[in-house]
Design a protein around this ligand. Structure first.
Ligand code: SF4
Ligand code: SF4
Length: 383
């Protein structure tokens, strides 16, 4: 890219400028959601000022383990949050339809308009940005090209989301976005992208717009032009973050893993896997759901709700005659191979974006990158 064009595309905000950015978005009547520390983890919640952000906190993540510790004074010095943006895009539960019986015994059925207030997603990591792209293809408006059906709640909320991505400076030990080509630096799909530079002598935010709306928001905020030193600083953040990731999935391995469906490894994994479904709940791309019905006490109104489900539950595949996947081995195999292999056939990309959450939040610490490697090794031996 032309270095002059790159320079002119970036502005630099001071800490007070960053505060002004958040304030201006709040004053416009948008709900601003961003990272906050609560109950010993960093997750997303309402933010109205810089003071709400997890200043000086760093996450230490490992298979089956997550702790927070004090670091420098950065606001975004952590890696992936405990929960993804999924709860705000696919609220749990979601009302699908309401049926009402009137006194003349006619029944009306209404499909409520999705609630989608203007919202700001502040602090979106590159892996989670990629996950939104994956969900756009699977359940969003662009899903229409696959099957003509899309989730109106997800699509409406996604359209109303103003996305402020923040480049990841310190990936955790469970992150592997580098190997999935989804990070650590956001490259598209945002309204604004931020690099936080937090050093003893300066605390500033290098910002670029990725949309016309982003340009408009940035226009009203005091900032200075970026210098070549600023661009060198953000390049250094990218290279250090990318080099720090030690886990990964070799792009050739998933299809090899899928070629050994009867491997005894599935049974080995099942000896550890609790079928708890944590991995599917924290995964930013898992979207399986179930429905349940409620009626009021007078029997005049009935509602159908959608709630999250997991392919690890026994009931998930229940049909007449029982569950189709009644062993933990078969459920883990379904989850892993769908994520890393079959998703390509269905939606044209991997279903895994390398956020590492399923590794961190798996109680026995089962590591998807290890399992893919082991299965690919079996395929190589057998091939
Ligand atoms: S499968 Fe695991 S690493 Fe991949 S996107 Fe889901 S939670 Fe993240
Ligand atoms: S892989 Fe881990 S998180 Fe997923 S169901 Fe098994 S034990 Fe639970």
């Amino acid at each position: 890219m032309d270095p002059h064009a790159r320079l002119s595309g970036h502005r630099v905000l001071s800490l007070s400028g960053f505060e002004a950015l958040i304030n201006s978005l709040v004053e416009e009547g948008r709900r601003v959601l961003g990272p906050v520390a609560t109950d010993g983890v960093i997750t997303y919640s309402d933010v109205t000022s810089v003071a709400d952000l997890p200043k000086g906190l760093r996450d230490q993540q490992a298979p089956g383990s997550y702790t927070l510790e004090s670091s420098d004074t950065s606001l975004f010095g952590f890696a992936s949050t405990a929960a993804s943006w999924k709860p705000f895009l696919m609220p749990e539960p979601t009302l699908l339809i309401r049926a009402s019986r009137t006194t003349d015994k006619t029944i009306t059925i209404e499909q409520p308009e999705p609630e989608a207030p203007p919202t700001v997603f502040l602090g979106v990591r590159s892996c989670d940005l990629a996950a939104m792209g994956v969900l756009d293809d699977a359940v969003g408006d662009s899903a229409g090209r696959h099957n003509g059906v899309f989730d109106p709640t997800y699509s409406a909320r996604r359209r109303e989301a103003f996305v402020i991505a923040v480049a990841c400076a310190k990936p955790s030990a469970t992150c592997f976005c580098g190997s999935m080509s989804t990070g650590p630096t956001p490259t598209a799909g945002y309204d604004l992208v931020v690099h936080e530079i937090c050093k003893a002598e300066r605390h500033e935010f290098v910002i670029a717009a990725g949309s016309t709306e982003g340009d408009g928001v940035l226009d009203g905020i005091d900032s200075r032009a970026a210098t070549t030193d600023d661009l060198s600083a953000i390049d250094a953040i990218h290279h250090e973050a990318a080099a720090s990731m030690t886990r990964g999935i070799d792009p050739a391995d998933p299809s090899l893993a899928a070629s050994v469906p009867e491997a005894t490894l599935w049974n080995d994994i099942a000896k550890q896997c609790l079928s708890c479904g944590n991995c599917t709940m924290v995964c930013p791309t898992c979207f399986c759901s179930t429905t349940f019905d409620t009626t009021d006490l007078t029997g005049t109104t009935s509602e159908r709700w959608r709630s999250w489900d997991s392919c690890f539950t026994n009931d998930f595949t229940a049909i007449h005659g029982g569950a189709v996947r009644h062993t933990t081995a078969s459920r883990y195999r379904q989850w892993l191979l769908h994520k890393v292999d079959r998703w390509h056939e269905q939606f044209g990309s991997s279903g895994c974006v390398g956020c590492g959450r399923c590794i961190t939040w798996c109680p026995p610490g089962i590591d998807i990158t290890d399992e893919v490697k082991k299965l690919a090794a079996v395929a190589r031996e057998e091939g």
